[in-house]
Design a protein around this ligand. Sequence first.
Ligand code: 13P
Ligand code: SF4
Length: 306
Amino acid sequence: MKTREELKKEIRALLAEKNALMLAHNYQRDEVQDTADLTGDSLALSQSAAGSGAKVIVFCGVHFMAESAAILAPEKTVILPRMDAGCPMADMITAEELMEEKGKRPGVPVVAYVNTTAAVKAESDICCTSANAVRVVDSMDSEKVYMVPDRNLAHYISRSSGKKLEWWNGFCPTHERLKPEDVLKAKGENPDAVFVCHPECRPDVVLLADHVCSTSGMYRFAKEIKANTIIVGTEMGILWRLKKENPEKKFVLASEKLICPNMKLITLEDVLESLREMKNIVTVPEDIRVRAKRALDKMLKVPRQW
Ligand code: 13P
Ligand code: SF4
């Protein structure tokens, strides 16, 4: 069996040979993040995919993220090393279900979290990520806004936005597992700690947070905050870079249950094999792609907030 270093070397050589860029989401396995050209949240990775001069994008994340890259950069070949790496929240609403909801709310714009399929994005007015959601919602030229699919993100946004929000009842099964009692236990064990969480967490967890932000927002928060101990309410993959960038600080995962099994599917062996064989290529039918791109492009004009 090849060592991590051997795999990394082979992957890096192949990436150079094929003019390919390897992107890894902040929740990927440590060794995948360590091998990638860039790590980031879903907003940063979409922007990097669209803006890069590479011919091939190896997207280490989940399906909707690779799909966003394929929507934004149709001239590039986008590889998702494991086609079965999906996002259960993205699969909680179909384009047909969204069309039915739109029919009940004529004239109300739809904001789709990027954690949606291309077909759902195509039926939406604009996309958002956890890094720009308040700004996106507030940018809408309407008093009412309908958000899909995450009820927790929508609930969180409804507290700070000036808009009247309604939303679909989807959720992230990983973040949903974090309960207030887990946070209170971690706080009891670390009385001087601050608690930061992702807006996909339940409202009763968000209420306990000192700060709520996207995954990349957490890197900034960890650097800027004076506290030495930080309780983290998001997927455990984030710890690798948090620890690397802040070796003097202590990071406590708010619950051992914060593992997204889909984000953990991609191994270095998968990256190497898919790139070598140029397989697992993500494509989007052109009629859907063009409409979905409109919603993503609109989002990319709104500045990041965290
Ligand atoms: P970010 O947009 O913060 O990267 O989060 C994406 C995601 O899937 C969170 O569960
Ligand atoms: Fe989807 Fe949740 Fe996994 Fe993010 S953490 S990819 S929202 S299931």
